[in-house]
Design a binder for this molecule. Sequence first.
Ligand code: ASP
Length: 232
Amino acid sequence: MKQMKKILLIATGGTIASKYTDKGLSPQISAEELLSYVPEAREFCEIDHIQPFNLDSTNVCSRQWTQLAELIEKKYEYYDGFVICHGTDTMAYTAAALSYLIQNNLKPIVVTGAQKPIDLAITDARANLLDSLRFASHPKAHGTNIVFGGSVIAGTRAKKERSKSYNAFSSINYPDIAVIQDRRIIFYIDDKNHITDRIRFYHKLDDRVFLLKLIPGSSGAIIDSLAETTDA
Ligand code: ASP
């Protein structure tokens, strides 16, 4: 019998794990409960789960990015792949941060989420989670990618472009890595054997970075004042 892949599900909150409360959506669904909605996944992988935090992703920043990278480093040798359930608002930032914090990585790290909570009758959450577990179990999968709405997008290229549609993320200036249709994964980029260096985990990020959008007529004085409080 073919040996099943061992996947670690890392639940961090977001809409996928949210319930409606009188204050709006709030992340409340546990990792174990998320998995109860995709029982078919046990046909192709073994899954353990862990919940390092339970946040709306608008509250996720560099502290959580390094926490996730450290968690994956600790568990790396015990699993074939990792699936992170995450809110969509800052998912692209987390995926990019993990891509840089964990380099030359031959194992898949999939970041996923949903536009609707997993416990609703009509939701993209179950399909996204099942696709993510399927992709993380595929022998050609590697590195950090977002799996969402049937697309697999490189972690360094993803952008949330739509706030309601199920195809919320696009890959910017780079093709999708793969698409997932029904149970099939079709790869557009198959480059696992290009990785020859040893895996490397990084542990520090500098928070003093500012992203400035320039428009015609922007004053150079803005840059002078930013230089006082930022490193880059
Ligand atoms: N505000 C939510 C979050 O990013 C939105 C979502 O998950 O779709 O956690």
